[in-house]
Design a protein around this ligand. Structure first.
Ligand SMILES: NC(=O)c1ccc[n+]([C@@H]2O[C@H](COP(=O)([O-])OP(=O)(O)OC[C@H]3O[C@@H](n4cnc5c(N)ncnc54)[C@H](OP(=O)(O)O)[C@@H]3O)[C@@H](O)[C@H]2O)c1
Length: 327
C-alpha cells in the first residue's frame, strides 16, 4: 500500500481505501460476518481510511466500523456523511439543528466522541451558496464534535464552489475511466487550494471490474436494479450514469489493454491513481477477495502513455458524448 496526504488535514491515507456503502445496504443481500472479514482484510492490506454515511443501512455500516475499531488497534480514519436523512431533501434542511442531530447519531453509531471527517452528502446545489451551513460545521468543530469537514458532490461546479469555503478539507466526487471531466477544471483548483479528493464509484458500480455481462441480474434491493434510470437518486451514482450496453462495449475494449495477470479492477483503480490530485480511491468491497484485488492496484507500476491514451480514446469515442457535460 502507498499513502498520500489528505489535503491539509495532516493525515496520510491509503491511496486505495474502502467505501462502506455496500456493507450497509442498497447492493442486494450482504452478511455482516462477510462484511467484517472484508473490513479486516482491508486493514491487513494497509487500508487506513474508510468512507461511510449515516444512511448506509440506516447506521448499519457505521456500526460495523465501530466494531472494527474495537477489534483492531491500528489507527483508522473514518469519514462519514450527513444530510441524506432529510425528507424532503432540501437546502433549508441543512441547518445547525439538523446537522447537530445527524452528527450526534453518527457519534453514537461509531461509538466515538469526535467524528474524524463529516461530509455534506450530495446536498442540493443551493447549499453551497449558504455560508451559514459551513458556519454551522465550524461550530461543530469548535465544540469538538467533529475534527474536520468536507463535501460529497454530484457536479464539478459544486466542487469548485465548495472549496471556496476555507475549512472544506475534502471533496468526494465520482472519478473513474468513465467519468473524466473532474480532471479538467476541478483538480487543478483543488491542488491550488490544498483540498483532498476522494474518488468515489471508482469501479463504476462494478462495471469496471469486467465481470458484468448482458445477462447479469441484480436483486430488487440493489441500486443497479432499482436506480438504473435514476428512480431513487442521481443516476450518475449507478454505473457512473453510462447506459449499460454502451458501458459493456467500452469495457470489452478496455479488456484488450490489460497487462498479463492484471485484473481489470486493478487497472481501473491504477488509472485513477495516475492523477496526483487524488488523495485516494474508495472502492466498495463486499468480500475479502475483492478488497485484496482492489488494494493490489496500489502496488502496480504506473500505466504507460500508450495505455493512458487508449483509455482516453475509448472514453472520447463511447462515453464522452453520454456523460461529459452532465456532471
Ligand atoms: N453520494 C455519495 O456520497 C456516494 C455515492 C456513491 C458511493 N459513495 C462512496 O463511494 C464508495 C465506492 O462507490 P460504490 O461502492 O458506489 O461503487 P464502486 O466502488 O465503483 O463498486 C463497488 C462494487 O463493485 C463490486 N466490486 C468491488 N471490487 C470488486 C472486485 N475486485 N471484483 C469484482 N467486483 C468488485 C462490488 O459489488 P458486487 O460484488 O455486488 O458486484 C462492490 O460493492 C461507496 O462504497 C461509498 O463509500 C458515496
Amino acid at each position: 500500500m502507498q499513502y498520500r496526504a489528505l489535503g491539509r488535514t495532516g493525515w496520510q491515507v491509503s491511496e486505495v481505501s474502502f467505501g462502506a456503502w455496500a456493507i450497509g445496504g442498497a447492493w442486494g443481500d450482504v452478511r455482516d460476518d462477510e462484511s467484517m472479514d472484508a473490513l479486516h482484510r482491508a486493514l491487513d492490506c494497509g487500508v487506513n481510511f474508510i468512507d461511510t454515511a449515516d444512511v448506509y443501512g440506516d447506521g448499519r455500516s457505521e456500526r460495523l466500523l465501530a466494531r472494527l475499531k474495537r477489534e483492531r488497534s491500528e489507527p483508522i480514519v473514518i469519514a462519514t456523511k450527513a444530510g441524506r436523512r432529510l425528507s424532503p431533501h432540501t437546502a433549508d434542511g441543512y441547518n445547525a439543528r439538523n446537522l447537530t442531530g445527524f452528527v450526534e447519531d453518527s457519534l453514537r453509531n461509531l461509538a466515538t466522541d469526535c467524528l474524524d471527517l463529516v461530509q455534506l452528502h450530495c446536498p442540493p446545489t443551493d447549499v453551497y451558496y449558504r455560508p451559514e451551513v459551513f458556519g454551522a460545521l465550524d461550530d461543530l468543530a469548535a465544540a469538538g464534535k467533529i475534527r474536520y469537514y468536507g463535501v460529497s458532490v454530484e457536479r464539478v461546479e459544486e466542487a469548485l464552489k465548495a472549496i471556496e469555503f476555507p475549512n472544506v478539507q475534502t471533496v468526494q466526487i465520482i472519478y473513474n475511466c468513465f467519468r473524466q471531466r473532474p480532471a479538467e477544471l476541478f483538480f487543478p483548483e483543488a491542488r491550488r487550494r490544498g483540498a483532498g479528493i476522494l474518488a468515489r464509484v471508482p469501479l463504476a458500480s462494478g462495471m469496471l471490474t469486467g465481470k458484468l455481462t448482458r445477462d447479469s441480474k441484480f436483486a430488487a434491493d440493489d441500486h443497479r436494479n432499482f436506480n438504473l434510470h435514476g428512480q431513487a437518486f442521481d443516476v450518475g451514482e449507478t454505473f457512473s450514469g453510462v447506459d449499460y450496453p454502451v458501458a459493456l462495449e467500452a469495457v470489452e475494449e478496455m479488456r484488450r489493454l490489460l497487462p498479463a495477470g492484471v485484473p481489470m479492477a486493478a487497472l481501473a483503480l491504477r488509472w485513477i491513481l495516475m492523477e496526483d490530485a487524488i488523495s485516494c480511491a474508495i472502492p466498495g468491497g463486499k468480500r475479502p477477495s475483492q478488497v485484496a484485488e482492489n488494494c493490489a492496484a496500489a502496488d502496480l507500476p504506473p500505466l504507460d502513455e500508450k495505455t493512458m491514451a487508449a483509455i482516453r480514446a475509448i472514453y472520447d469515442a463511447k462515453i464522452h458524448p453520454l456523460v461529459h457535460q452532465r456532471w
